[in-house]
Write a protein that binds this ligand. Structure first.
Ligand SMILES: [Zn+2]
Length: 275
């Protein structure tokens, strides 16, 4: 079916999972997992994934959009963790209806200024704009910052000053965790939910156990970002296949189980957060 606007999925009153696309197999797995779970999902492409594709947004965006429109699931395209303003300005032309503009490395005042400008630009194009306050940490090149938390009063002021449509908050999760051992600060989630008038986004959800994630969703965490869990499934399946079949040369042989493993992971997250 045609691409859905991210705003429609986020404001439908249920939690929505957003999965990171790196290869076409990721996109296919996300679409298949959404179909299997009979749930909508967001396909998101990060600035780092665009860098992996030679800095060109067009080809991977076009492939992802084609996979999404060929699916029977309700899917949207989101551009994730954009720091480069020239990439931000390509989003609309490539079918993205939402973008996460990440100025979280900047001091507070500079973050507000840059994000307000990004939000203004996005809103002129009917786009939905997410930003981050308090560093979630753990992205490639980041210092590990597990102790950082978003302050509720500062978050409320930030949303008012930037006019963003959703806010990524630091409540105990960290990007790129390969074990699901994160403990979330549930009282902080509740305080943020009370203080902030827009949907809250949890980054680094791959490292959060099921029970913690369901509690976070119940407490009002709306967008659940999942990347590493797919890559763990993908790489684990490739590794197992190649260990068992060391003479294989046809990539379809190992990408088939890798894609199937990601599909199962996607469906699992979609079912588990359906509370
Ligand atoms: Zn993130």
């Amino acid at each position: 079916m045609p691409l859905v606007h991210t705003r429609e999925l986020i404001t439908a009153g249920r939690a929505i999972c957003a999965f990171n696309v790196i290869t076409v197999e990721h996109a296919e797995a996300i679409a298949a997992g959404a179909e299997a779970a009979n749930r909508p999902a967001v396909l998101q492409i990060s600035e780092n994934a665009v860098k992996f594709h030679g800095g060109r947004l067009g080809p991977i965006a076009a492939a992802t959009a084609a996979v999404a429109t060929a699916s029977s699931a309700r899917l949207s395209l989101h551009l994730d963790h954009v720091e480069d303003e020239s990439l931000l300005r390509q989003a609309h032309a490539h079918g993205f209806t939402s973008v996460m503009f990440d100025a979280s490395k900047l001091p507070y005042g500079d973050n507000v200024k840059a994000t307000a400008e990004a939000a203004r630009w996005g809103h002129e194009r009917e786009m939905w704009v997410e930003a981050e306050l308090g560093r979630v940490g753990g992205k490639a090149g980041d210092a590990h910052t597990p102790g950082v938390r978003t302050d509720p009063a500062e978050a409320a002021a930030y949303v008012a000053d930037t006019a963003v449509d959703a806010l990524a908050v630091a409540v105990g999760s960290t990007h790129a965790m390969t074990e699901r051992t994160a403990t979330l600060d549930h009282s902080l989630i509740a305080a943020l939910r009370d203080a902030v008038p827009v949907p809250l986004v949890l980054h680094g959800s791959s490292g959060v156990p099921d029970t913690e994630l369901r509690r976070a969703v119940t407490a009002g965490m709306t967008k659940i970002n999942v990347g590493t869990a797919l890559n763990k499934a993908f790489t684990g399946a490739v590794r197992a296949f190649l260990e068992a079949h060391p003479s294989t040369t046809d990539p379809r042989k190992y990408l088939t189980p890798a894609r199937a493993a990601m599909t199962d992971t996607v469906a699992g997250f979609l079912r588990m957060t359906n509370v």
